[in-house]
Design a protein around this ligand. Structure first.
Ligand SMILES: Cc1ncc(COP(=O)(O)O)c(C=O)c1O
Length: 379
């Protein structure tokens, strides 16, 4: 798409045309269109709102999921054990140190249920991924929100200072959703030394695979030294399986047992287990997807830089852009043009979160952004 030749038209027309062009290019399948309608989204919308992977599962993963129908008549216990073994191998731990979940949100829910209650406290950054505090609404635990620092990063000093004997859970999202910023290995290590062992640290690494910053390290390397740590991963992002629902926790056996008390029986299914096993057996999948999506993100941030826009350097598959005005009407304008972007974050009301889609989708987004918010008017 030639975005440089776009003439100034009404928002809707410009956005609609941009969206339409991409839909034609990607040839949205009728089944996918139906799914979008069922979700209450326009059938041909460009979905840059949930940090999903626009490419979906790999070809081998799709084949494995389709073949799983042969065993769909049976409960999936044996395959759960198989996947737990495969995941444990990835992380160099025992299978008893893995808890599977129906998406990683299910793991976050189990942690809230296991470690919080009326006399407890949960500490989280503001803004961060909302699931833990949302699930916490039914426990009666006090939520302590610690604002990000001036660089939009976790303020670990303040978060550690907020921990006391009543702290049941500390939630760290690394990289953080919605800012894409990271906690470095050094910062995480120092933080874990300060947190009382009675507080469980829930480290959400949903976007782990996208990180390129050499200062970053997965918390998995710190599990042996810190038995109060739980690392959470998902198949929803780099593996492109958000619609299939699979996540897991890696932790000390005692923590996994505590989570497991709140897991429902057979919380996975034949198709997703087959898909995950196939994905893990494909060593090129992660590096290929990382390259593809990070290259697209870098193209996007290059365009934002050329426009003189302010944005947060991201280590994940989304970018926060400062619009300099309340973002709610802009989100609505994009939606009217069938481009779905992230929700408004109350503590960052002028910032727009856009997920990384295909190159054509990002070109459509940039063209639409230039229409809705011409560069010289941007913050
Ligand atoms: C930081 C973070 N954690 C967890 C999730 C939930 O992912 P899922 O339940 O699909 O594994 C998301 C989804 O966007 C996320 O951003």
């Amino acid at each position: 798409m030639d975005t440089t030749r776009m003439t100034r038209r009404g928002f809707g027309a410009a956005l609609g045309a941009a969206a339409g062009a991409v839909v034609l290019q990607r040839g949205l399948a009728p089944a996918a269109a139906e799914a979008s309608i069922a979700l209450g989204q326009p059938a041909d919308a460009i979905q840059l709102n949930s940090n999903e992977n626009p490419y979906g599962p790999s070809a081998a993963t799709r084949e494995a999921a389709a073949r799983s129908l042969d065993v769909a008549g049976r409960y999936p216990d044996a395959r759960e054990d198989e996947l737990r073994g495969a995941v444990a191998k990835v992380h160099g731990v025992a299978p008893e140190q893995i808890q599977l979940g129906c998406g990683s949100s299910d793991i976050l829910r189990m942690a809230v249920a296991a470690f919080l209650g009326p006399d407890r406290k949960v500490i989280a950054a503001e803004p961060t991924f909302e699931a833990v505090l949302a699930y916490n609404r039914v426990t009666g635990a006090r939520a302590v929100k610690v604002p990000l620092d001036n660089a939009f990063r976790h303020d670990l000093q303040r978060m550690a200072a907020a921990c006391d004997a009543a702290t049941g859970l500390v939630y760290i999202c690394n990289p953080n959703n919605p800012t894409g910023t990271i906690v470095t290995a050094e910062e995480l290590t120092a933080f874990l030394m300060r947190v009382p062992p009675s507080a469980t640290v829930l480290l959400d690494e949903a976007y782990h695979h996208f990180v390129e910053d050499p200062g970053y390290r997965s918390g998995q390397d710190l599990l042996a030294a810190h038995p109060n740590l739980i690392v959470v991963r998902t198949f929803s992002k780099i593996y492109g399986m958000a619609g299939m629902r699979l996540g897991y926790a890696v932790a000390a056996k005692e923590k996994v047992e505590a989570l497991g008390r709140f897991a429902s029986f057979s919380n996975t299914n034949a198709a997703v287990l087959a898909a995950a096993l196939a994905s893990l057996a494909e060593p090129e999948l992660v590096p290929r997807m990382k390259r593809r999506l990070n290259d697209t993100r870098k193209w996007l941030t290059g365009q934002l830089t050329a426009d003189g826009r302010r944005f947060i350097q991201s280590e994940a598959n989304f970018v926060m852009i400062d619009t300099g005005r309340d973002v709610a009407p802009l989100i609505a304008s994009f939606a009217a043009g069938k481009i779905l972007v992230g929700r408004r974050f109350p503590s960052m009301p002028t910032w727009l979160r856009v997920s990384v889609g295909t190159p054509a989708e990002m070109a459509a987004f940039v063209a639409a952004l230039r229409e809705v918010l011409p560069a010289r008017a941007a913050a």
